[in-house]
Design a protein. Structure first.
Length: 492
């Protein structure tokens, strides 16, 4: 059955992008998703009358998605109601300072007004972040790092000639501290390490390019929720002829003695297939689907530090809070101590930075009239088998106390509906190794080169997508992984 079809396992951003790319080239595609809905970590959840996005919340690098739709001959605006955000994020510092982030031309005067920094210093920093972007994105994000053709191209050679400008030999924090004397500003830009689950005191300063991505290229929202992106991708995939099978749990990938892919097992049925794209966490792929924990890349992957995970509270609030926006960050008073707790001591910090996303600010139907849906996240270490009950109770108490003090009302009295998600839940529900949000962390200089390639060298006919492989986690990078995998497959 479907022996001539290409099978995609997993319906997250990587799997959907791979399926769409293949189908737009006229290939027959079957997509398997074990859950009843597509999306993976980027899913949707109801808690009483409140709706929540379960994962990513800010859309950046929007051209990745525009290009995906354009190459399928479609206009993204007809599928996904994207809006540019202004302001982007409401920042609350421990000393009471508040700033709103935005595009560079609006953000720079805001920062010079509220923090100890000059316009020239900020322009110099954003120019530095842009140089990293210009040097890296065309090669390190949009192409396979494991193909000789990538390194033989003129674009790659040009990028390699400028490799010194990517600032890979010092940490994000050290670089940011060299640009700014105000510790609040250093903390703000250090925060971007969390965009791939890393520690700014260890991760290479190359990641400072994220500051340009967000404030130079812009940050976006979706008026029907981030899950609206998944719905738009699914609609496009189906229109292109992709056969989408939800509730289809793949338990094994089959191969012959020469490690050539021969099929898969879905819901107990053996299906012939010679070409597969896996949008499954690398560790789960090797251990559960290939039964090959001894594979060299599987062993290497288990030794690499996973990215951070998260403890998330879904709170339905029975009042509105005008001081909060769509995206809100309440910083901890000691950032170094916070990251040491997560990445060294494997604990949830006692004084965590709090991320608060309220989609009802732009999608009013996500909450009843007069209420708001608060997605409250703190960074956490990956799951290690512990029970999270103590951490849930303690962290919840600290968050409620901090938010009540900051916002000026007793938050506990306004939580009308509530659920929680722990790192263990993330692992169980999404299949991510130890509940890590982004696969491996980027806490080493060579982390970008240690991610699993998009084409398997061990198994002929197997290609890989998703946040645990090249180029990394997050919506745009996971999407690019699927595109890269599909193009490699099409080239044979």
């Amino acid at each position: 059955m479907n022996s001539d079809a290409i099978h995609v396992i997993g319906g997250g951003f990587g799997g959907l992008a791979g399926a769409i790319t293949l189908a737009s080239k006229g290939r027959k595609v079957v997509l398997h998703e074990k859950q009843d809905t597509l999306g993976g970590k980027a899913n949707t959840r109801k808690v009483g009358p409140f709706r929540f996005d379960t994962g990513p919340s800010l859309l950046t690098m929007v051209e990745v998605f525009r290009t995906l739709f354009a190459e399928a001959g479609k206009d993204i605006e007809a599928y996904i109601p994207i809006v540019e955000l202004s302001p982007l994020t409401h920042y609350w510092f421990a000393d009471g300072t508040r700033v709103h982030s935005d595009r560079m031309e609006l953000f720079i005067p805001t920062l010079t007004e509220h923090l100890d920094v000059t316009e020239d210093e900020l322009k110099r920093y954003f120019a530095y972040a842009k140089r990293i972007w210009d040097t890296t994105h065309g090669v390190f994000l949009e192409k396979s790092l494991h193909s000789w053709k990538t390194f033989a191209s003129r674009e790659t050679l040009h990028s390699l000639a400028r490799i010194g400008s990517i600032d890979a030999l010092r940490s994000m924090h050290k670089a940011n501290a060299s640009f700014f004397r105000d510790p609040r500003l250093v903390q703000l830009f250090d925060r971007y390490a969390t965009y791939n689950g890393s520690d700014p005191y260890q991760a290479p300063a190359t990641l400072n390019t994220i500051a340009y991505v967000e404030h130079g290229l812009g940050g976006y929202g979706v008026t029907n929720g981030i899950y609206g992106i998944i719905e738009g991708l699914e609609r496009l995939a189906r229109e292109l002829g992709v056969e989408v099978r939800t509730g289809s749990e793949v338990s094994a990938i089959l191969h012959d003695r020469k490690n050539r892919i021969t099929g898969l097992v879905a819901n107990g049925e053996e299906i012939a297939a010679s070409l597969i794209i896996s949008d499954v966490d690398v560790s789960k792929l090797y251990s559960d689907l290939l039964n090959d924990r001894g594979a060299p890349l599987a062993r290497r992957y288990r030794k690499l530090p996973p990215s951070s995970s998260a403890l998330v509270f879904y709170w339905g609030i029975d009042r509105e809070c005008k001081d909060l926006g769509l995206h809100n960050i309440l910083f901890s008073s000691d950032y170094l101590k916070e990251f040491e707790a997560i990445h060294t001591h494997r604990q949830i910090p006692d004084d965590p930075t709090i991320y608060l996303n309220i989609t009802s600010k732009i999608t009013p139907t996500d909450a009843p009239v007069g209420g708001e849906n608060w997605f409250v996240l703190v960074n956490a270490p990956p799951h290690d088998g512990r029970s999270w009950h103590e951490e849930i109770a303690h962290t919840r108490s600290r968050i409620v106390e901090r938010l009540s003090l900051t916002l000026g009302f007793d938050l506990e009295q306004h939580i009308a509906a509530e659920e929680c998600m722990t790192p263990a839940d993330i692992e169980t529900q999404t299949g991510s190794y130890r509940g890590s949000l982004y696969g491996i962390s980027s806490n080493t200089t060579m982390a970008a080169f240690l991610r699993h390639p998009n084409r398997s060298k061990r198994y002929t006919g197997l290609y890989l997508a998703g946040g645990s492989v090249h180029p990394g986690g997050g919506m745009p990078l996971a999407t690019l992984s699927g595109v890269i995998a599909a193009h490699l497959l099409l080239k044979g």
